[in-house]
Design a protein around this ligand. Structure first.
Ligand code: NDP
Length: 284
């Protein structure tokens, strides 16, 4: 599997990174969470995904304390602006605050967290200005379904959108019907969030599935690693699993060694089929 994907702006983005939702919020676990992030970076997961929304800046602050220990150019840092802040009046303040908390002077990728009421033209114009100023290297969106992506393409410079970050995991394959092929056609990679199905009943259905357990056993991996290998099997997909535990981070970083074969995919397709009709985008 390729470890990097080439973006439209010719730069390369790692295909496996670390999510950070909820990280930094509990003062008692901050140190172990920092250790988990360091472990991930040192194991090659140099893409870090955060957002101004996470812990109201606490996640960005935690990441800032860790990434200052590394060469900035060796990392790929992604953050997101809230839709209400994505207009000319507020976006600069948001980005400056994000950069301050992250202790850096640029982001590798800045995303609009979900579609909001501020005209896309305005957000795109601001994003492009940040690129020109060197404050961000690229920009993208999140939680945009196919129709919203098509509208974005109609906005001046909307086609410079580098990624769309959406929910995608083995048990939620709605994007495979239209959004994922559409993005592949337009060279806009999918950043898969919740690649481990986060929590809840669906995750239990996946991790307790006997057939998946057999595939995992065959490869000498866990079902969680199988879930990651599944999303990365598609070469236009980037995955950002989140873990506050070093041992889990190390497991996640080893996913490159796993190659799912035709037989594995056939079993997965029977147990957790992709839909054969349009399903609205799944969100958390
Ligand atoms: P994930 O699907 O990544 O699941 C996280 C859970 O999986 C945690 O409970 C973690 O527990 C557990 N876990 C991680 N690795 C392992 C492992 N190897 N073995 C067993 N358990 C494991 O959930 P998220 O919702 O956090 O999604 C990932 C990231 O995507 C977010 O952190 C965030 O950065 C982004 N995101 C973006 C959204 C958007 O709207 N754009 C929405 C939601 C998420 P433990 O810590 O104990 O390991």
């Amino acid at each position: 599997m390729e470890k990097y994907i080439q973006l439209k702006n010719e730069t390369f983005m790692p295909r496996l990174g670390m999510g950070t939702w909820f990280l930094g919020e509990n003062p008692h676990t901050r140190e172990s969470e920092k250790e988990a992030l360091r472990t991930g970076i040192e194991a090659g997961m140099c893409l870090i995904d955060t957002a101004e929304m996470y812990g109201d800046g606490l996640s960005e602050q935690l990441i800032g304390q860790v990434i200052r220990e590394y060469h900035r150019q060796s990392l790929f840092v992604v953050s997101k602006v809230l839709p209400n802040n994505a207009g000319r009046k507020r976006i600069k303040k948001s980005l400056d605050h994000t950069l301050k908390l992250l202790r850096t002077d640029y982001l590798d990728m800045y995303l609009l967290h979900w579609p909001g009421s501020i005209p896309l033209e305005e957000t795109v114009m601001c994003m492009e200005e940040f690129v020109t100023e060197g404050k961000i290297r690229a920009w993208g969106v999140s939680n945009f379904d196919t129709d919203e992506m098509k509208k974005l393409m109609d906005v001046p410079n909307g086609d410079r959108c580098a990624v769309n970050q959406v929910l995608y995991h083995l048990g939620s394959r709605g994007i495979e019907y239209d959004l994922l092929p559409w993005q592949e056609k337009h060279q806009i990679p999918v950043m898969a969030y919740c690649p481990l199905a986060q929590a809840g009943s669906l995750r239990n259905d996946i991790i307790n599935n006997k057939k998946l357990m057999c595939i995992a056993k065959k490869h000498g991996i866990t079902v969680m690693q199988l879930m990651l290998a599944f999303v990365l099997h598609r070469e236009s997909v980037i995955a950002i699993p989140r873990s506050k535990k070093k041992e889990h981070v190390l497991e996640n970083a080893k996913v490159w060694d796993i190659t799912l074969d035709k037989e594995d995919m056939e079993i997965i397709n029977i147990e957790f089929p992709a839909p054969n009709r349009k399903i609205p985008l799944d969100i958390v």
